[in-house]
Design a protein around this ligand. Structure first.
Ligand code: AMP
Ligand code: MG
Length: 371
């Protein structure tokens, strides 16, 4: 596993060019076989998942009871400007092999102990997705174990259900850098009940932070500043039906900054207004589908003020809120491993051509075969 296929390269041929990941050559005359379709039907017990939809590469190892045996990750931190997909992909390509090794070491297992390899198939940035897909294919080929591509958004929900046995059928408020969605299960699929019409809330916080000179990522910095905020400044409250929008708030918040308002007050106001919007839409989704569990996911879900607001809403409705530990809220390999394990256990098998990445992989495209 020393040399890995290069970033952005989806071709399995490239993987095969590297001695370390070559599948066993088939004897002449033996029928051609697809290495992913000839799989053991015994239940998977250890899954390795590689996450790499955007800024973070993560590798997790999870067992069949959703015990997280390893969850290591590294985030690309641009010195200035936003995340460049190619740079992020380079970062992931450099770190894929060492992170896999680190995860195996942390779990105290060898690669041969793995039953299934899983990876984030989308949605996300093309070069990043292709890089981790290539790494995952190469690993699965070299170990001769099945490979399962996982929808990133679905995995944020499944890791919550896996971690909290009482959380059976939640509405997920998923708030990350690139995504903001309210998701719930209905008629065999996870459906998006509401989402951002423009940018993800995390991206908005990071962008605002960058423009006012805060280091990346801006979200946690703004949370600290907001604790010192005293005045609620006017910002657009953009809820449209079940959807939300944040770019108007970004423009307005930057205008407040230029006008000389205190950064603490702006941070406080952004949080109060943005989180109220999300709480409203989440509550409406819960009422609509008649569910009494709410689960938080995505990096912004680490925010204590968001947790307090959603928690209060849940309490008022007689519902319960579940928040995974921070390292399982952000983008991480463990959630990919767990969801892939569920899929595999339910009979999902992917041939090579099924493992192409999909930058616009919709949450409701996935047929939920495991519940
Ligand atoms: P993710 O895309 O799910 O990995 O999450 C990363 C995003 O979460 C970034 O946009 C961060 O700014 C944001 N984030 C992380 N911690 C916090 C926090 N405590 N408050 C608000 N946003 C946060
Ligand atoms: Mg995410």
């Amino acid at each position: 596993m020393d040399s890995w296929p290069h970033q952005g390269c989806e071709s399995v041929r490239d993987g095969r060019n590297r001695g370390a990941v070559l599948p066993t050559p088939r004897p002449s005359g033996a029928p051609a076989r697809n290495p992913f379709s000839v799989v053991s039907l015994s239940p998977a017990v250890l899954a390795l998942g590689i996450e790499g939809t955007a800024h973070t590469i993560g590798v997790g190892i999870v067992d069949e009871q959703c015990r997280v045996r390893a969850n290591v990750y590294d985030m690309v931190r641009p010195e200035k400007g936003g995340i460049h997909p190619r740079e992020a992909a380079n970062h992931h390509a450099e770190l894929a092999a060492p992170m896999i090794r680190k995860a195996l070491d942390t779990a105290g297992i060898s690669a041969d102990d793995l039953d299934v390899v899983t990876f984030s198939q989308g949605p996300g940035l093309g070069p990043c997705l292709r890089t981790v897909a290539t790494a995952a294919r190469a690993l699965a080929l070299s170990l001769d174990v099945p490979l399962v591509g996982v929808n990133h958004c679905v995995s944020h929900l499944e890791i919550g259900r896996g971690l909290f046995p009482e959380c059976r059928d939640p509405v997920l408020l998923y708030v990350s850098g690139g995504n903001t969605q309210v998701i719930a299960y209905a008629r065999g699929r996870y459906r998006v009940f509401g989402e951002t019409l423009d940018i993800g809330l995390g991206n908005m916080l990071d962008k605002f932070g960058r423009e006012v000179g805060l280091p990346f990522p801006g979200g946690p910095r703004l949370e600290k500043l907001a604790l010192e905020g005293k005045e609620l400044l006017p910002l657009p409250y953009s809820v449209k039906g079940m959807d939300v929008a944040f770019s108007g708030m970004l423009t307005a918040a930057l205008a407040l900054h230029r006008r000389g308002e205190r950064l603490e007050d702006i941070a406080f106001s952004i949080q109060e207004v943005a989180f109220a919007m999300l709480t409203e839409v989440t509550e409406r989704a819960m009422a609509h589908v008649g569910k009494d569990e709410v689960l938080l996911g995505g990096g912004v879900a680490r925010n204590q003020r968001l947790q307090a607001m959603v928690g209060r809403m849940a309490e008022d409705r007689g519902a319960r809120m579940f928040v995974p530990p921070g390292e399982l809220c952000i983008d991480n390999g463990a959630m990919i491993a767990w969801t892939g394990l569920l899929m595999h256990r339910s009979g999902v098998r992917m041939a090579l051509e099924d493992t192409l990445v999909d930058q616009r992989f919709r949450t409701d495209q996935v047929e939920v075969t495991w519940r």
